[in-house]
Design a protein around this ligand. Structure first.
Ligand SMILES: NC(=O)c1ccc[n+]([C@@H]2O[C@H](COP(=O)([O-])OP(=O)(O)OC[C@H]3O[C@@H](n4cnc5c(N)ncnc54)[C@H](O)[C@@H]3O)[C@@H](O)[C@H]2O)c1
Length: 258
């Protein structure tokens, strides 16, 4: 191996939720490649096994835990696994989230969907931090990145549950960061614009014109790439971001700048 291989997370232990697909899976593999011990978590076992295969193919170390982030006992299991398998927890990348209903105005928005999206997107983040922070304090500190969205900094029509949950993550991140700023735990959030994932690619093949419509929202003139989000998370979770806490960063090709 050349000396240029990025191993900046060697000896760090990280939990990554939503690691069965998309941005979470991409990050789990990238952190494993960068030397971290990765506890990848998600609900789907088969997809989790695939994530594990890809993590190990990089030469990295990892395990997969089947867990629903909206259930406290499941989240506790993620942290316990980190402690049992790798001796503790240093970092958390809380990615798991759902989109809920799109294109539905508030008065028609289904109440069960509202409960579900708040339970997963918001309570899930709260529970991940609630269980991860005591483990990080035992190691003398840590860093956390929570996944918000451009929909966490600006409104979009037709998806009140998603927009409300992603805005709440921005506030949750600020308040949590202040709680632990003097205990060496930094907590930040990311607000990506529309990022190419397998699922999005599939959706675009189903809906002609959707890609152009989405591209037009980003002044840079294209959608984001998964590695552009993962690299931002890596910066925030590394010592390079040692003076950064309570912030939410747009990774959005200028989407929010207009
Ligand atoms: N792709 C984008 O354009 C984009 C933009 C902004 C924000 N985001 C956010 O990034 C995150 C990942 O999205 P993605 O695009 O990779 O989509 P995705 O659907 O591929 O990833 C979401 C992952 O979270 C998992 N998940 C859902 N509910 C869960 C639960 N209760 N417990 C555990 N895991 C659960 C899913 O199984 C999936 O693996 C989400 O929070 C999403 O809101 C995505």
């Amino acid at each position: 191996m050349s000396s240029h291989v990025d191993k900046r997370f060697e000896d760090k232990v990280i939990m990554v939720t939503g690691a069965t697909s998309g941005l979470g899976k991409h990050a789990a593999v990238a952190f494993a490649a960068a030397g971290a011990n990765v506890v990848a978590a998600g609900r789907r076992e088969e997809e989790g096994a695939q994530t594990l295969t890809e993590m190990r193919a990089t030469g990295g170390r990892g395990v997969f835990v089947t867990a629903d982030v909206s259930k406290s006992a499941d989240v506790a299991k993620i942290v316990e696994t980190a402690q049992r398998e790798f001796g503790g927890l240093d970092l958390a990348y809380n990615v798991a989230g759902i989109a809920g209903e799109a294109w539905t105005k508030l008065a028609d928005y289904d109440e069960d969907t509202w409960d579900q999206i708040i339970n997963i997107n918001l309570t899930g983040m709260f529970l991940c931090m609630k269980h991860a922070i005591p483990a990080m304090l035992k190691r003398g500190g840590g860093a956390i990145v929570n996944m918000s969205s451009v929909a966490g900094l600006g409104g979009t029509p037709g998806g009140v549950g998603y927009v409300a949950s992603k805005h709440a993550i921005v506030g949750l991140t600020k308040a949590a960061a202040l709680d632990y700023a003097d205990q060496n735990i930094r907590i930040n959030a990311l607000a990506p614009g529309v990022i190419y994932t397998e699922m999005l690619e599939w959706g675009m093949t189903q809906t002609p014109g959707l890609e152009e419509e989405m591209r037009a929202l980003h002044p840079i003139g294209r959608l984001g790439r998964m590695e552009e989000v993962t690299k931002a998370a890596m910066w925030l979770l590394s010592e390079d971001a040692s003076f950064t806490t309570g912030a939410t960063f747009a990774i959005d090709g200028g989407y929010l700048a207009r």
